[in-house]
Ligand binder design. Sequence first.
Ligand SMILES: Nc1nc2c([nH]c(=O)n2[C@H]2C[C@H](O)[C@@H](COP(=O)(O)OP(=O)(O)OP(=O)(O)O)O2)c(=O)[nH]1
Ligand SMILES: [Mg+2]
Length: 311
Amino acid sequence: MNPLQVAVGVVKSADGKILISLRDQSSHQGGLWEFPGGKIEQQETAEQALIRELKEELNLNVKAATPLITVKHQYTDLLVQLNVFLVEDFSGEVESCEGQAFLWVEPDALRQYAFPKVNQPIITAARLPDRYAILEDTDEPLLRINLQKILDRGVKLIQARLKTLPPEAVKKFVEQAYPLCKQKGALLLINSAVKSPDDLEADGIHLTSRDLMFLDKRPGHRRWVAASCHTLQELRHAQKIGVDFIVLGPVLPTQTHPGAEVLGWKRFAELVSRINLPVYALGGMSESSVIAARSAGGQGISAIRAFIESE
Ligand SMILES: Nc1nc2c([nH]c(=O)n2[C@H]2C[C@H](O)[C@@H](COP(=O)(O)OP(=O)(O)OP(=O)(O)O)O2)c(=O)[nH]1
Ligand SMILES: [Mg+2]
């Protein structure tokens, strides 16, 4: 059966708040909060439907929208596909055209509201940025310089992938790095290949694909859990155990692995479409690849060099 196609907007104000509205009691999934939107009509693109629905429901004029995430869900009574857009460019004051309640909410507070079940990955996508920097092993002074470069570039999500640095040096580095990240409003995740990652204070853990496949449930005490994936099997396992977001690659050839087999954007898009999770593209990315990643259904890009080399 073909899913019911729905266009949905994560509308973000200039001060970073997100618009949610209350579904009418009598509607499907009634009484729950939602991101505004509605059914795509015949002969309409998802974007046209989004523009029409946001005008009809809230009197908002959407000026630009970029794809954020697509999720599919089988309710007992209905199969839906939500085509979600990020809307940062709009005009008009929000009005409740259908008498519904609405609220502007901080992204991190979205979890406190009751949404339909399928909305969980949309909430995660709304809270995450479009760039995920990987901080690689190198000697310590350079590591600090690289972290500073990443932070100065405004990247708000960072993975410390310190696989070969001795545990004491990792601990010392993370103790300095975490407060710096906090100061800049950036999240710091520790790669699971680090010895005793649980002893380090940070925002979460980034599982290697190997560690991911060994787990049969989400490491519970972590605020954020991410994972590296290369195959559909790994993606499905990550979704099953409740990982928050994924890094998938290699998408394009890299200087460090010239002959390696890559997915390409087409296969990346296919794989992303099979799961309901935010996915960052890894491998051969530059800052400008964000647009390609988002068009392919991804959350954005993950990279090592792109954020420490000069633009
Ligand atoms: N708009 C929206 N719909 C959602 C969300 N989450 C979710 O499961 N849905 C489901 C509920 C509905 O089955 C379907 C969207 O339908 P809708 O009720 O918004 O459609 P519409 O605005 O065209 O409504 P109507 O004209 O039929 O009254 O998607 C969400 O965050 N926003
Ligand atoms: Mg609607």
